[in-house]
Design a protein around this ligand. Sequence first.
Ligand code: C2O
Length: 579
Amino acid sequence: MAVWLLFAVLSCVLLLPDPAFGITRHYTLDIKMHNVTRLCHTKSLVSVNGQFPGPKLIAREGDQLLIKVVNHVPNNISIHWHGIRQLRSGWADGPAYITQCPIQTGQSYVYNYTIVGQRGTLFYHAHISWLRATVYGPIIILPKRGVPYPFPKPHKEVPMIFGEDDDDWEWFNADPEAIIRQATQTGGGPNVSDAYTINGLPGPLYNCSAKDTFRLKVKPGKTYLLRLINAALNDELFFSIANHTVTVVEADAIYVKPFETDTILIAPGQTTNLLLKTKPSYPSASFFMTARPYATGQGTFDNSTVAGILEYEQPKHARRTSIKNLQLFTPVIPALNDTNFAAKFSNKLRSLNSKRFPANVPLKVDRKFFFTVGLGTTPCNHKNNQTCQGPTNTTMFAASISNISFTMPTKALLQSHYSGKSQGVYSPNFPWNPIVPFNYTGTPPNNTMVSTGTNVMVLRYNTSVELVMQDTSILGAESHPLHLHGFNFFVVGQGSGNFDPNKDPKNFNLVDPIERNTVGVPSGGWAAIRFLADNPGVWFMHCHLEVHTSWGLRMAWLVLDGDKPDQKLLPSPADLPKC
Ligand code: C2O
């Protein structure tokens, strides 16, 4: 055999993923401006491949993805594959200034990662400034070929991605940081959106939008898999379909113990797969599918309702009634601040924990952490005696984890760590519990000022972590959907009020807790999670309400390499963008 052939064969065997386990899929995402007409206006949005929402990416568990992202817009760009574990491939995770420098205008970057041990619904979104407002799309990970779902095979699968829309996004996109920059300058809250959308469509309850309605056309007597994704910027959403119950079968690309419900709650950053069983025969009616926010904070929010329509196909021989003349039912949705529903719903979510899909909850814990999450203030920094529009006219809104409002670095943390040049970029000393303890959910302390810094928590490879996240009532209690990059975690406990380290751990669920990548820390309460730090790299953790992230409710974990070759971060790609 010729030497080159031997070499070719060997390198196939050694370097390429075994075809029995997966294939390599190539995608190109062109980030460009795209005109969209919504809510009575045509606006030019930053979008993907001229589509809004962006195209759906499909892969199977075990596949390698090579996704070339090309930046054709004036703004810096980076894309995050939300919920993908990125085992040893942290370079492809995407958050700007955390794992990479942004892709500049006219440049491109190939995100290269393999999907290991995951299947279900996830999504991708821009991870810089507020660009994820319009730059997002579904990721569908099918099980390996020949492996069935642990539930009846659906007749059809339908992604439904929730977003937010705003008439001001014309100027917003001309200058994408405008909304949040304006807010950070005045110190007040940013503009709220004008509408929610399903697959980019606001639906008939908004002006000029009846023609922009998401319609789900179904046949009677069939089962549909609805892949719900909350890509909204700032709002947790209730969702319900009139006169139908649904079965929840998956959350954040993890199978759950199926349960039936009329309404689901989904936070930004979360995904939920539902089985919808249609009526056994043609119902001579249509049904609204609506979503509106669950809001616990004190600030203003968009309290409008997005509606799609569930339409049954008419039987061939039936007398034709125009769809317009059919009765249209509306679902009943919980009150905007129904914290009780939120608690009950999250209690129903349990890992499937079957033989095939066990819940590998870490039973022993190496390190315990207690972080507070919540709002706070910084002093008004206006030079020429202008007042601010924060909670008072001498303060601006801020947000923090353990009272540290995270300052974005100007160099990417992962690159700084990897090249041994972290001096002056970050401090490896994030506190393991609050420096000044107080009654977190009681009367707020007099001093509500946060400190600032770029502090990371350093973990040895394979550390088993327990983290309690405690909401604070400083400037009002509020539910915070906390998202951790690079890992799934188990939500072993949650409750209201202050976490009690003596009593509460006794009630932790270590058998079938929900495993996910984004957890709603209850308003005025706490959530306890566990995860195994088996993925070397720098991993962002933040509130998935964009306004809170911008205000500083974010930090990063630095997981060190292990000793073995397969416990180390892969080398940095040659085309990694530079700052
Ligand atoms: Cu979906 Cu760091 O985000």
